[in-house]
Ligand binder design. Sequence first.
Ligand code: HEM
Ligand SMILES: *[C@@H]1O[C@H](CO)[C@@H](O)[C@H](O)[C@H]1NC(C)=O
Length: 470
Amino acid sequence: MEPFFMALILLAIYLICALLSPFLTSERRCPRPKLPLPPGTLGWPYVGETFQLYSQDPNIFFASKVKRYGPIFKTHILGCPCVMVSSPEAAKFVLVTKSHLFKPTFPASKERMLGKQAIFFHQGPYHSKLRKLVLRAFMPEAVRSKVSDVESLAIDCLKSMEGRSIDNTFLELKTYSFNVALLSIFGKDEMTYREDLKRCYYILEKGYNSMPINLAGTLFHKSMRARRELGQILAKILATRRQRKFQHDQHHDLLSSFMGDKESLSDEQIADNIIGVIFAARDTTASVLTWIIKYLAENPTVLQAVTEEQEAVIKSKGESGKQGMLTWEDTKNMPLTSRVIQETLRVASILSFTFREAVEDVEYGGHLIPKGWKVLPLFRNIHHNPEIFPEPEKFDPSRFEIAQKPNTFLAFGNGTHSCPGNELAKLEILALLHHLTTKYRWSLMGPLDGIQYGPFALPQNGLPIRLFRR
Ligand code: HEM
Ligand SMILES: *[C@@H]1O[C@H](CO)[C@@H](O)[C@H](O)[C@H]1NC(C)=O
């Protein structure tokens, strides 16, 4: 009778399981307890902790959270539950090793202004294809061919600032970084369109942080109109290039990279990405330059050392009989000036953090990051962690004399979406510093301690200065 009994029990178990199975999801069937959420508070419903974030320096908000809850904590901002991560390991997890589990995410209004098909918003095959084309235009070999054109723009920019009171240094430098961006996108051919592009782009960006209400007269409406006009100018440029049918390969600019691909992009995809690159390239580089000008004025010994390094570059060119314009090799032989740039990127951390969204439930360090939650790697907190960078508020370029540990210095991000423009940005900054330090001196005119966020960190009022010849 025993085998019969066994069979009966098995049958009973089978029936119970079959009846209950609709209620047992595949996850619950495996006996893993549900992981806890990261520590932290979610604040009020909907508004969450948005007020706390915006009512004070956001970095103080983040830093106090990190102190209280550790390197990974939850909060609630603008209606979205978020997990903030501020250790190098967690940043690596989100940006590099598990980047496929965290997609980029932006407010819908920003997508509409830059264009839905711009590189930042994508993941997967379309993103890889775009990234390949963008990297091709900004790899060292391509940037190398731009050195003297960038240098000419730097010289013009400084000349235009000479001998007068500059109310807003950032605005002047934005013209420079805009011109460099156009040069790297179009080469020298399309300079005829420079002023039109500039006019439209400046209207477009005014709407960037406005309320996304598309009614006649609103900033948002005007900027959407400017966005359409930009599209038309770009279509004209594309049409002219196609007519001329010149050898794309001879040109190292972004537009020929986009147009020269076998499975080429549509006009709309090209337009969205050109506007996207201008957006990524301009305010970032201009605000880093603004911070460098401030830190150099406040640290005369560093300024003196940079000036000596740059004068040595001029001298070595004189000795070798190759006077005149900078070469790519010259720019690769400016170690101290390069450390000043790195230290500025660290202290100022102009991109305080970036945004991702979990595409499924993800486990990290014994915590659950639920699907759909935002995930923010906090670059600034990593850069200002005293265990990684002792006396983090101190501007000290010599800390970069030794190599940094992986994922502790993330000024250009890391992984799938890291900055493809970093070589160009560095060249642009070096070229301007070369002429600035060897020919000019400046004094700071405004309040010295304020910081503005718009959205990149910036010295208050864009740093008013007076610039004069040495
Ligand atoms: C000093 C100036 C710059 C800084 C600090 C900077 C920083 C960054 C960072 C941190 C990211 C990654 C954001 C993320 O992971 O969410 C990024 C992405 C990007 N940057 Fe830059 N950037 C600078 C200049 C430039 C320039 C000059 C260009 C253009 C030539 C550029 C083009 C881009 C593009 C296209 C992306 C998106 C890449 C992708 O999604 O795959 N950036 N930048
Ligand atoms: C990016 O991540 C990789 C892998 O962890 C690491 O080797 C590299 O040093 C990181 N880059 C930076 C800038 O930290």
